[in-house]
Design a protein around this ligand. Structure first.
Ligand code: ATP
Ligand code: MG
Length: 370
C-alpha cells in the first residue's frame, strides 16, 4: 500500500496543501506546533475512520472554517484509489471512495491500512488492559471488517444487559427472560471476538519474538498470550468457547447483580506479556518496555502483510526522538523497504539522499528548511 498524495483543506492549522509522498521514506520536518502530526492525523483518519487524538470530529476543522476536507490518493495492489472525507461542523462526517459516498464509517475501515506508532504507544506494556485491548481491536478491525460490527453489537448488548443488572429486584424480575436472551447473545459474540483475538495473538507472539530477539541478540525471549476469563475453553472450537462464556454469564449472575455490571466477557481480556518467563507488565525495565512496544508495532505490520499480501503504510509520529540510538537504528534499518512517513523536529537522523523531506512551517509546505 503506497500513498501518493494527500490534500488537506481547512484541516487543523492547514488552510490548503497537497503533500506528495515517495514510496519509501518520507520525513515531515518542522519546529514544534507547525502541523506535522496534523498531516499524520489526516492520513490515519482513513485507516481508523476517526482521529487518533481528537475526541470530536469538529476539532479537525480549522478555526473559523465550516468544513474540513481530506483527499488521499493511494495504490492498493498497484491499483489507484481516491478516498476522501468531508467534515462539516454541524453534521456527521462523510467518506467517499472513488467519488462514491460510503454509507457507513465502519465500511471504510480496512480499505486503507496503516500502522501508527506514536509516543503514547511506548507505554502499552505497563498501561491498563484497556490500552492493550484497544491495540488488538484497532489492528484486527483493519484486517476483518466484521470485527467492528461485532464490537459495536457487543457494546450495545452489554449496556442493555447492564441496565437490567442495575435495576432493583422487583423491577429486574420482569426482565428475567430478557437477561437470558442478552446472556446468550453476548456469549455468542464473545466466542467470535475471542476467536479473532486468539488467532491474532498467536501471530503477534510469533513476530514479536522474532523482532525482540533480534533487538536483544537472542538474550531475551518474550512471550505474548491471550488472557481471558474463558480459560478452560477449547479455542479452536467455537461451540466450546460459546458454551464457556454462556456458563460464566449464567453461573455468576447473582454476583453481577451485586456488582451492577457484566463481569465476564471479552471486555475483561488482556494481553499477557512475558520476558524470559517474567510478567513484563510488572517487571520489564523502561528499555525492555520500549523494545517490546516497538516489536509489537513492527509485528502489526507483518501480520497485515501476511493477511493482505502487501505492507501497510507505517506512520511514525515523533517516536524516533523517544528511542535511544540503538533502537532508532534498528527501526530505520528495518523499515527501509516499505513506505514510511515519519514526523520529526530533528532532520539530522536522516540522510538527505535516503529520504523525501517535507518541510512544514505554520501549516504551510516550504521548499526547504528556512
Ligand atoms: P510537535 O513537534 O510539537 O508535535 P506538530 O508540528 O506535530 O508539533 P501539530 O500537533 O501537528 O504540531 O499542530 C499543532 C498546531 O495546530 C497547533 O499550533 C494548534 O494550535 C494547531 N491547531 C490544532 N487544531 C487546530 C484547528 N482546529 N484549527 C487551527 N489550528 C489548529
Ligand atoms: Mg506532533
Amino acid at each position: 500500500m503506497i500513498i501518493k498524495s494527500i490534500e488537506l483543506t481547512d484541516f487543523r492549522n492547514i488552510e490548503k496543501e497537497r503533500i506528495e509522498f515517495s514510496p519509501t521514506v518520507n520525513v515531515i520536518c518542522g519546529r514544534n506546533a507547525q502541523g506535522k502530526t496534523n498531516i499524520v492525523e489526516g492520513i490515519y483518519l482513513f485507516a481508523r475512520g476517526k482521529s487518533f487524538r481528537a475526541m470530536k470530529d469538529k476539532e479537525l476543522i480549522r478555526f473559523d472554517s465550516s468544513v474540513a476536507y481530506a483527499l488521499m490518493e493511494y495504490e492498493k495492489r498497484a491499483e489507484g484509489v481516491k478516498i476522501g472525507v468531508q467534515i462539516p461542523r454541524t453534521q456527521p462526517k462523510s467518506f467517499y471512495k472513488n467519488g462514491a459516498r460510503v454509507q457507513r464509517t465502519a465500511d471504510i475501515i480496512g480499505e486503507f491500512r496503516a500502522v501508527l506508532f506514536c509516543p503514547s504507544h511506548l507505554g502499552i506494556i505497563s498501561d491498563s488492559p484497556s490500552v492493550r485491548r484497544s491495540f488488538l481491536d484497532v489492528a484486527i478491525s483493519q484486517l476483518k471488517p466484521i470485527y467492528i460490527k461485532l464490537m459495536t453489537r457487543y457494546n450495545s448488548v452489554m449496556s442493555s444487559r447492564n441496565a437490567i443488572l442495575k435495576m432493583d429486584d422487583a423491577e429486574r424480575a420482569k426482565y428475567r427472560e430478557t437477561i437470558d436472551f442478552y446472556s446468550s447473545e453476548l456469549a455468542s459474540i464473545c466466542a467470535d471476538i475471542a476467536d479473532a483475538r486468539y488467532e491474532y495473538v498467536k501471530k503477534l507472539d510469533f513476530w514479536v519474538k522474532k523482532f525482540f530477539e533480534q533487538m536483544t541478540d537472542g538474550r531475551e525471549t518474550p512471550k505474548i498470550s491471550y488472557e481471558t476469563n474463558a480459560q478452560g475453553a477449547d479455542f479452536d472450537t467455537r461451540a466450546s468457547l460459546k458454551n464457556r462464556y454462556a456458563q460464566l454469564l449464567t453461573e455468576n449472575l447473582d454476583r453481577e447483580i451485586r456488582y451492577g455490571a457484566t463481569a465476564y466477557g471479552i471486555h475483561k481480556d488482556d494481553l499477557k506479556i512475558e520476558i524470559n518467563g517474567k510478567d513484563a507488565r510488572l517487571y520489564a525495565s523502561q528499555g525492555q518496555q520500549r523494545s517490546l512496544a516497538l516489536a509489537m508495532k513492527m509485528a502489526e505490520g507483518e501480520i497485515s502483510r501476511e493477511h493482505t499480501g502487501e505492507y501497510p503504510v507505517f506512520l511514525l509520529d515523533d517516536v524516533l526522538s523517544e528511542l535511544d540510538i540503538e533502537r532508532r537504528k534498528y527501526v530505520l534499518s528495518n523499515i527501509n523497504n516499505r513506505q514510511v512517513i515519519i514526523t520529526s523536529c530533528e532532520p539530522n537522523y536522516f540522510d538527505e539522499s535516503d529520504a523525501n523531506f517535507i518541510w512544514l512551517n505554520e501549516g504551510k509546505l516550504m521548499p526547504s528548511a528556512e
